[in-house]
Design a protein around this ligand. Structure first.
Ligand code: MGD
Ligand code: MGD
Ligand code: SF4
Ligand code: MO
Length: 752
């Protein structure tokens, strides 16, 4: 921390990483500690990953901190005699003991599964929450656990689980050494990249092109990313698995299988060849909308490039064949010799060790229990978010009685969200761990707000495990939280303690002992002494102490051997701009958690999904298919109350090709009725010659119309309509249970 006492002002400079999206850019903050004011947030030129780059949302964590409608103390819903609800601020002790009592009572009367839970996206950006999440989930131990993951990356989790035995092991495109980038179902120039692992996606793609490389986007919309690439190919939504199977068919047919160093430990090639046989480039062309010659040219260009890489993201996940499409992206890279090689798709070596092998075969957690209504299988202890409404409304003996939401807004983010809201309202009890009174939390009996990023430290735990550069970066607290506020992990511990009759200290000790036991069970670490670990890390507390342990036993640590040099938390803290841990290096087969450390190309779960794919090949096309999109100033549903981001013209419009619109008698800027099996919304229309005819696009995260919320800017300046009132919760990517929010059949009529 530097002090600058000019003008008698105690202006300090702090460095941290941006907590708002996966890119995790380095930031430079100027702050006035006395006034508790952030004076400016700029890029950190010395962060080796972002090199000073930031996007418009770099200010978001500051604006959220400053938002006067943010909830800063526990709120209890009180119902007046006339039935009108209102919020009453209560002290923490009252709130925690009442919430704890209600949950404990429901649990003891009706069992653990009577309490449902929903976990939202911002949890992935908070190290302390993440590290305590397993404890929270495992002690609540409910079969009714939902998360934003099944409206997001779960197909990718499942594909990694099947291929590598680790659901959180994701390969990322090594763009800085690639010369041919194929981007499917992602718009990183706007989203800033997901499972892509690098700040300034646009700059990285442009640099690739300046080196003489090529970049191709395959997307039903010619996106902002396509605009800075060399080529764009339209594809009909939901048909990527066909295109990718045809790609693989072509690789086999042209004898272009090059496994390279993966050959020694890869199984399933023959089966894969057989699976791809029916899907020639000609056979899939009319379904995908990609002519066979166009696909063959792409494959030829890819094969003749010196360092090509294929990448796919949310447009491939949240669609009818999400798991197959996500899996096939990795398979194409594997078969083309582009997996685990520089410039191809590579695996990170996270300092906290989560990508390493554990010496055990990773258990596939799938189908151990089922949802009550549709009988959908659990995956990674979670049920599909798309069945949350029906599970909350289910009225059997073992029905849900209480709901806990943690930093999530499923009413807007999940298909059939409105019914999630009404079902939640009629439960015996609901508590929301959240910082806004929004469309979901307004249904709760209690809102328990956590501190926000300005008030707690952070470590880029999740995102450093799939970054294009190996790195470690710690973010210090900007302003210590007011005495009476609570960090989210503290709320977890307090609630768990009250439900399970344990103290927060006991639970913390349980976490520490559990982690040490786990480490000692890891091959090569059995000799470590628990007391030695505790003694050497005693200068840190809670999550930071656990982080210190992870760093010390991780791949750059000294495993508590004082004779060796190694990474630890103090060193990471001292490196204000983050630590560069080098370029990605080949990691297979050493990090595989599969039986015999074999790379399994094919798995029964994938084979079981093939008849569903086959049946879709000849299906007659729908009139219109709805897809989503993201805008640079949004972050799902929760930045809409920030006036700097909410202002401007309506961006929750329906994009439609002008020719489609004209044939329907719809004008640019006019209104249309967008209708699906599920619902109907009136939307403003924007003409877009860059969208595929027959496809329309509406962003998600809007629909701020509930007058009971406290989001005055969101509801006045960017209310929009809720895409998930149109998306049908019925269709799923079957293997992973992920919602199909892209490729939704809709009809459109003029509404004048
Ligand atoms: N139709 C359609 N639906 C989609 C998608 C799509 O593309 N199309 N995308 C999906 C994707 S990828 C995702 S990730 C999900 C997101 O789904 P959710 O995570 O359910 O939704 P968010 O809008 O991110 O809501 C985040 C919540 O966290 C709260 N919050 C923010 N910061 C903090 C904090 O520091 N502490 C606490 N306690 N709370 C905080 C906010 O107030 C808000 O209530 O939406 C999905 N839904
Ligand atoms: N500005 C902004 N940034 C964000 C977010 C945000 O809400 N706003 N959300 C964050 C979150 S939680 C996530 S998960 C990431 C997601 O990051 P990305 O995966 O980059 O998400 P999108 O920008 O929605 O890009 C998805 C693309 O898929 C295309 N698409 C839709 N259906 C199909 C299909 O069937 N096939 C193919 N090939 N393409 C299809 C869409 O046209 C779109 O261009 O973004 C993160 N960053
Ligand atoms: S790209 Fe993401 S991490 Fe970087 S400044 Fe923008 S919001 Fe923050
Ligand atoms: Mo997401």
């Amino acid at each position: 921390m530097n002090s600058d006492t000019a003008d008698n002002k105690a202006i300090e400079t702090l460095y941290r990483s941006c907590p708002t999206c996966e890119a995790s850019c380095g930031l430079t903050l100027k702050i006035d500690r006395q006034k508790r004011q952030i004076l400016s947030v700029k890029g950190d030129p010395e962060d080796h990953r972002s090199r000073g780059y930031v996007c418009a949302k770099s200010q978001a964590f500051r604006y959220v901190y400053e938002d006067c409608e943010r909830v800063t103390q526990p709120l209890k819903k009180v119902i007046a005699d006339n039935g009108e609800p209102s919020w009453q601020a209560v002290d923490w002790e009252t709130a925690l003991s009442e919430v704890g009592k209600r949950l404990a009572d429901i649990r003891s009367r009706h069992g653990k599964d009577a309490i449902a839970m929903y976990y939202g996206n911002p949890n992935g950006h908070n190290f302390h929450t993440m590290i305590y999440t397993e404890l929270f989930i495992s002690l609540l131990d409910t079969e009714r656990f939902f998360s934003a993951g099944s409206v997001d990356q779960q197909p990718k989790n499942l594909s990694s689980d099947l291929l590598y035995g680790n659901p959180w092991l994701f390969s990322v495109p090594d763009l800085s050494r690639s010369d041919f980038f194929v981007c499917m179902g992602a718009n990183p120039v706007v989203s800033q990249g997901s499972l892509l692992g690098g700040p300034d996606a646009k700059g990285r793609i442009e640099a690739l092109m300046q080196r003489g490389g090529h970049a191709v986007v395959i997307d039903p919309r010619k996106t902002e990313t396509a605009d800075c690439c060399s080529e764009h190919i339209f594809i009909r939504p939901g048909t990527d698995a066909f295109l990718l199977f045809a790609w693989i068919n072509e690789l086999f047919a042209s004898d272009n299988i090059h496994l390279g160093h993966l050959a020694a430990f890869t199984d399933g090639i023959d089966k894969l060849r057989e699976m791809s046989l029916p899907y020639t480039a000609e056979a899939v062309a009319s379904t995908t909308g990609v002519p066979a010659t166009r696909l063959r040219k792409l494959i030829g260009d890819f094969n003749s490039a010196s360092a090509p890489v294929l990448y796919g993201r949310i447009g491939l996940c949240t669609q009818e064949f999400g798991t197959l499409a996500s899996w096939l992206v990795d398979v194409v890279n594997i078969l083309s010799g582009r997996m685990d090689v520089p410039g191809g798709a590579m695996f990170n070596k996270a300092a906290t060790g989560q990508n390493e092998a554990t010496g055990e075969v990773g258990e596939l957690k799938h189908g151990r229990w089922k949802s009550r209504v549709r009988g959908l299988p659990e995956y990674m202890s979670m049920l599909a978010a798309s069945c949350m409404a029906e599970e909350l409304a289910y009225d059997g003996d073992d029905k849900v009685r209480a709901l806990i939401t943690v930093a999530g807004n499923p009413v807007l983010s999940v298909p059939n969200g409105k019914q999630i809201g009404s079902a939640a309202e009629s439960l015996e009890f609901m508590v929301a761990l959240d910082i806004y009174v929004n469309e979901t939390t307004v249904k709760a009996d209690y809102i328990l707000p956590s501190t926000v990023h300005v008030e707690h430290s952070n470590y880029d735990f999740l995102f450093s495990s799939f970054s294009q550069e190996n790195f470690a970066r710690y973010s210090p607290v900007v302003f210590p939280a007011a005495a009476k506020s609570k960090h989210q992990y503290e709320i977890f511990l307090e609630l768990l303690g009250r439900i399970n009759g344990m103290s927060a200290e006991d639970l913390n000790a349980m976490m520490l002992d559990g982690m040490i036991a786990h480490i000692k069970a890891t091959p090569g670490l059995g000799h470590l002494d628990a007391e030695d670990i505790k003694r050497k890390t005693a200068n840190f507390e809670n999550g930071e102490r656990l982080l210190d342990i992870l760093l010390r036993v991780g791949p750059y640590g000294n495993q508590f051997d004082d004779d060796r040099d190694g990474l630890n938390l103090q060193k990471v803290k001292d490196a204000k701009h983050g630590i560069d841990l080098g370029q990605l290096e080949p990691r297979l087969p050493g990090i595989l958690r599969t039986e015999g450390q074999r790379l399994r190309l094919v798995h029964d779960l994938l084979l079981q999904d093939m008849p569903r794919l086959e049946a879709a090949l000849e299906r007659p096309p729908d009139e219109f298919l709805l897809i989503g999109r993201r805008n640079i100033r949004d972050m799902n549903s929760w930045l809409h109350n920030i006036k700097q981001y909410a202002r401007g013209k309506n961006r929750c419009t329906l994009l439609i090709h002008p020719k489609d619109a004209q044939s329907l008698g719809i004008t640019d800027g006019g209104q249309a009725l967008l209708q699906s099996q599920k619902g109907k919304e009136q939307v403003e229309v924007s003409f877009d010659a860059n969208i595929m005819p027959g496809v329309v696009s509406l962003p998600h995260g809007f629909g701020h119309h509930d007058p009971a919320t406290k989001l005055s800017i969101a509801s006045s300046d960017c209310a929009g309509v809720c895409a998930n009132d149109i998306v049908d919760e019925g269709p799923l990517d079957v293997p992973s249970g992920t919602s199909v929010v892209n490729g939704v059949p809709v009809t459109i009529t003029a509404a004048n």
